[in-house]
Design a binder for this molecule. Structure first.
Ligand code: GLC
Ligand code: CA
Length: 571
């Protein structure tokens, strides 16, 4: 049974503020830039805007290293700008989410400074600080997510180390210390009181560490072990997540989406069930496909058929337990159109097909900035063009594993997070209309062909297709089916056909249902060859399609051209 929540029928849009829109010519996107684009976002159909971090930060990991949780970084604007953004969004019936980065802070945060001054004092307890390990070196042999050891010497000391599972400028906070939790909860509530809609919750699965920190089996020639072992041993994270929710989100009816990878159905209930820790978690099934512990250079590409299998697996696992958040990309991933569409087939039609495939799944659709105009990966000519600390670590890993510089560059170009961090392409003006100055990261050179201004002039563009998808999901006649309805794979054995039926639940599942809701078929032909399929019933009409298509009512068959996507309504 479902109880309607305010966020169930919303469409989410992720903004990477640093690269979205710069209004003062310093080459860095800012809050005023976001305010200036609210109408563009509203017209697209976005209801909820998730902002990657804008707190005060040295930007070592682009804001995921916070030095003051109560301040806006001056490069992004002022607190007054933030208040204005929330208010302007509200005027348009839109909500703002911030990024809650609480596994770690910045090494420039006052807490860490005080911990360095006096590791035995109260702030020493805010972090994981340990003496040397048995061999006189680092306390354990853990490898950080960005490569290299997860421990570094505590600044000012020669015999004490601190833990950072990400970059060395991101010391891990010690959640076992109630003072730390109190500080975090107070901050979350402070922001929610300002009128935020909620939070996207960063790297949250890392907050629980084992009681005893020790070495694990190394898996590479660097002698280090991956953090997966430590996380497996860490024990139940549930009490922390329950407390976080009860002390903060629940009191404000906030929407929360966790960065949580693949829990099994039993834990899914705990995460996103009716009383789950979070409103939703991201589905990472597709973008984690083909990964191996060796690193980028060893990852396997996701074919359209793999993509389909991933989608079906994730949807089956979530079933009606709760709402997954569906994405094709985010600020940590390459562009979805590069990852999921085969080289040589990345046309506007195929981009629409991919959009249709994921957007109408059961769950909450997220659009990442630039996705709506079909932005693509950037071509990197040398490793010196890469800024992403994660990709730079992967470059070293690839070379250590025996890749040539060229091979290593190819690997990091395919997966670097910089691919989605290049400036939003607003127009064909210099620097894609993102800034009048020099952008902090170079724009993708294809901005003359791919930009929002051009897309807005063409009623047939991908941008308008996204608008139609958003409108369809919100249309009173289809909303209950598309938001609450079941998702059943259709002809799943047909290779490269991603098709599913969306069928509404009944009154017992959605008690306030007043009339029967329609049954829909979403069919996407994920290949360049045409195909014909039977329709699952008598088609009433085609609601949406990326190429002209007949309704198939006469003979009950659908003829799909290469990369055609269409949505049918049945009688
Ligand atoms: C999350 C963020 C990523 C960041 C990391 C550390 O994965 O999405 O951008 O580097 O956490 O905060
Ligand atoms: Ca700026």
């Amino acid at each position: 049974m479902y109880h309607r929540k305010w966020w169930h029928d919303k469409i989410m849009y992720q903004i990477y503020p640093k690269s979205f829109c710069d209004t003062n010519g310093d080459g860095i996107g800012d809050l005023r830039g976001i305010i200036s684009k609210l109408d563009y976002l509203k017209d697209l159909g976005a209801d909820v805007l998730w902002l990657s971090p804008i707190y005060k930060s040295p930007l070592a990991d682009e804001g995921y290293d916070i030095s003051d949780y109560y301040a806006i970084d001056p490069r992004f604007g002022t607190m007054a700008d933030m208040d204005e953004l929330i208010a302007e969004a509200k005027k348009r019936d839109m909500f703002v989410l911030m990024d809650l980065v609480a596994n770690h802070c910045s090494d420039e945060h006052a807490w860490f400074r005080k911990a360095c001054e006096d590791p035995d004092g109260p702030y020493g307890q805010y972090f994981y600080i340990r003496g040397a390990g048995a061999d006189g070196g680092r306390p354990t042999n853990w490898r950080s997510y960005f490569g290299g050891p997860a421990w570094d010497l505590l600044p000012g000391h020669t015999d004490q180390y601190y833990l950072h599972v990400f970059h060395k400028k991101q010391p891990d906070l010690n959640w076992e210390n109630p003072k730390v939790r109190e500080e975090i909860f107070a901050n979350v509530n402070w922001w929610l009181d300002k009128g935020l809609g909620g939070f996207r919750i960063d790297a949250i699965m890392n907050i629980k560490k084992p009681a005893e920190l020790h070495d694990y089996e190394p898996n590479r020639t660097d002698g280090l072990s991956p953090l997966t072992h430590m996380l497996e041993e860490a024990g139940d994270i549930g009490p922390f997540l329950t407390e976080l929710k009860e002390e903060t989100f629940a009191k404000h009816d906030a929407f929360t989406v966790g960065e949580v990878c693949g829990p099994d159905p039993v834990s899914l209930q705990a995460y996103i069930g009716e009383d789950g820790y979070f409103s939703s978690i991201f589905d990472f099934e597709e973008n984690t496909f083909g990964r191996t512990p060796n690193g980028y250079y060893d990852w396997q590409r996701c074919t359209p058929e793999d993509y389909k299998q991933c989608v079906f697996r994730a949807q089956a696992r979530a079933g009606s337990i709760g709402f997954l958040s569906n994405i094709i990309e985010n600020h940590d991933e390459p562009r979805g159109v590069n990852r999921y569409l085969p080289d040589g087939e990345r046309t506007e039609t195929a981009k629409k097909a991919l959009a249709c495939a994921y957007f109408l799944l059961r769950g909450i659709p997220f659009i990442y900035q630039g996705q709506e105009i079909g932005m693509e990966n950037k071509v990197f000519r040398s490793a010196s063009e890469i800024r992403d600390v994660g990709a730079l670590g992967e470059y070293e890993t690839a070379k250590r594993a025996g890749c040539s510089e060229e091979e290593a560059l190819r690997a990091i170009s395919a997966y670097s997070r910089d691919n989605t961090r290049t400036p939003m392409q607003w127009s064909d003006a210099p620097h894609a209309g993102f800034t009048t100055g020099t952008p902090w990261i170079e724009e993708n050179e294809n901005y003359r062909e791919i930009n929002a201004e051009k897309a807005l002039k063409d009623p047939d563009s991908l941008l308008y297709f996204y608008r139609k998808l958003a409108a369809l999901r919100k249309a009173p006649a289809f909303k209950d089916t598309l938001v609450y309805g079941r998702m059943t794979p259709y002809l799943p054995e047909e290779k490269n056909l991603l098709a599913y039926v969306r069928e509404s639940v009944g009154k017992d599942e959605l008690p306030d249902l007043t009339c029967p809701t329609p049954r829909l078929l979403v069919a996407v032909n994920m290949q360049k060859e045409a195909r014909e399929i039977p329709l699952p019933g008598k088609a009433a009409r085609v609601l949406l399609s990326n190429l002209p298509v007949s309704d198939g009512a006469a003979d009950g068959r659908a003829r799909l051209k290469g990369w055609q996507a269409a949505v049918w309504e049945f009688e």
